[in-house]
Write a protein that binds this ligand. Sequence first.
Ligand code: ADP
Ligand code: MG
Length: 329
Amino acid sequence: MSTREFELIARIRARVALRDDVVLGIGDDAALLQVPAGQQLVVAMDTLNAGVHFPEDTAPADIGWKALAVNLSDLAAMGAQPAWCTLSLSMPEADTAFVDGFLDGFLALASQHDVALVGGDTTRGPLSICVTVHGFVEAGTALRRDAARIGDDIWVSGTLGDAAGGLQQWRERTVKGGQSGLSLANGHSDPLLRARLDRPTPRIVLGRALQSIAHACIDVSDGQLADLGHLCKASGVGAQVNIDALPASEALCAAFDQQVRQRLQATGGDDYELCFTVAPDARAAVDAVAREMELELTRIGVIIATPGVATRTAEGAWSAPAAGWVHFG
Ligand code: ADP
Ligand code: MG
C-alpha cells in the first residue's frame, strides 16, 4: 500500500468517534469488539458502485451518507440497534478531497445513530464503496421476513416513489441534455425528490419500536411490490395491495401524473422505508408509534393465503405500466 493510502487511513482514523464497546478500532490487523451479554449480533453488508447505485454526479458527502444509510436500513428492518461499521473504499486514485467529503456525510449519519467506524480496507480501482454494519437485538427478538401471518395488515412507513422520481428527473435531464444538446437547466429536478435519492433516512427508531408489534418486516430498497413479494415468499403467504393507498409525498404528486406516480410508488427503488405486517387487533399500537415518531405509517393491504402479490385500485386490477425511460448504467 502506498504512502498516500496510509495517509487516507490516518485521515479517516482521526475523525472517527469511538464507543466504550470498541476495545480496539482502526489501526491493528482487526477490530476487537465487545458484544453485550444476552444480545445477538446482527450483520449486514451492501455495496454501492458509481453509475449503478448512484448517479456519477452525486456529491461525495451524499455518497458517504447513502453508503451507510442503505446498510443501516437493513438493520432497521431487523429491529436492530446499530453499533459498529467497517468501510471498504475502492477509488481510482488516493483522493483526499473525495474522502473528506465522503466522511462528512458518512460520519454525520454515523453520529446520529452512535455508530463507530472500526476498520476497513482502502484499495485502488473503480469507485466502489462497501460497508458492513453490526448491531444488536435482544436474543430471539429480531424482526424477520418469514413471520407474516394470513390476515395481517400490511403497513409501510413514510412515502414511496420519491427517490425513483428524483432519479427519473435526473435521467430525463441528462439524457435529453446529452441527446438534443439542451442545457441541463432546461430540465426540472425537484430538490426534495433528489434529497430522498441521495440521503435516505434509515428507519432505525421505527424498527426498534416495531419489534414488539410487527410479525414480519423488510426494508423497501428494490421497490414496494418486489420487496413485499420477498417477504411473502419467505413467509409462505401472499398479499393483496391497494395501489390507491400507497403513500405519496406532495413533491411526487406535483411532479408526475397519476399513472407515472403510481408506477414509481409501486415499483421504484431506493425508498428505504419499512414494510411490515401486523395483526389487525394491533392497529392502535401502530398508530401510537406513528404519532410518537411523527412519521406517517400507512395500511396498504392484507396478507392472504394465495401466493404472490395481487394489486388493485378502485377501478379494478392494476399492473405496473412499462417504464418509459432509458435504463440506468
Ligand atoms: P492490513 O494490511 O493488515 O489489512 P490495512 O493497511 O489494510 O491493514 O489497514 C490498516 C488499518 O486501517 C486496519 O485497522 C484497517 O481496518 C483500517 N482501515 C483501512 N482502510 C480503512 C477504511 N477505508 N476505513 C476504515 N478503516 C480502514
Ligand atoms: Mg487490508
